[in-house]
Design a binder for this molecule. Sequence first.
Ligand code: ZN
Length: 343
Amino acid sequence: MYRCQCQFIPDDVLKRWACDPQLSEEICKNADYSARLTQHLRDIRLQTKRLAGFLLETHPLSTLTENPEVTLFDCKQTLSLPGSQVRDPATSADITVSRTYTETDHLATFLRQVFKRNSMDNAGMTLMSSVHYGRKYNNAMWNGLQMIYGDGDGELFIDFTTGTDVIGHELAHGLTQYTLQLDYDEEPGGLNESISDCFGSMFRQWRFQQDSASADWLIGKEILGRTSLSRGFTCLRDMSNPGGKHCLAAQPAHYEQLKRGMDPHYTSGPPNLAFSTACKQAGGNSWDTVGQVWFHVITSAGQRPRMSMAEFAARTRQAATELFGKESAVESGVNAGWQKVGL
Ligand SMILES: [Zn+2]
């Protein structure tokens, strides 16, 4: 079994499609190709994580700029990274380019306004994205240095930049890289994936100005292709109902259901449910309430690559009390969230 990296689609989803006898050979071949290509990009990710850890340990990062630059590259369906730079992405006629630029820029604003954070490293790191990566590539990922988005094959998935939560999810992996430095296996891996879902979902809610009660808490709703939709799937994951049949990658909802060696895209189920439950119980906007608690823990605990879910839960309970007060709606929400998943 190979380990997860920071891609959006779990390996086994692509592998499952690749072996599906009811699908055309082209769809299957492409799913298999996407899964294998994704594995090869993993090594870069691990190396850049180590580099970021070294920099954090040895020298405090000095600030590059007060507002991070957003750069856009077009791979033109090749595998050449980063691709050719798009000079004026905001006004590009290519909807993928202009959308990715606009949403990434909004994400920088979201981090700055809501969390007082200057880019992922808090030192103005340039937000670099490559779109149209590969031919019909069925994934999106943070490779440790930049964002990479495939166009999807149109059957299983469509253009990955269509999902605001996909963009937020991947960039949040950068945030984790420059803060907790969580590993990608077992409980730290599940926390890593969950933090990306939490920030991806919060970013989508913030963009559409949805409070915790009106949000759908779905992940990957906008990127499913017609074959996925025709089989009754409506999302990749559901933070409020991790085991739902409408999820392409249904997850365990309770901590006790986690097993050793599980892909972090599945072990993220319990912390996802804890977060969405806490937000709904606290009321208001996720990014003003429980999101602040999560962000505080992520940015104040130092490098904790092997952090357990119990430790993360304990730290969020403590932070909720510190930031919002004992017996506040946020504190009781955070408690209720973790209790629901057995932590
Ligand atoms: Zn991820």
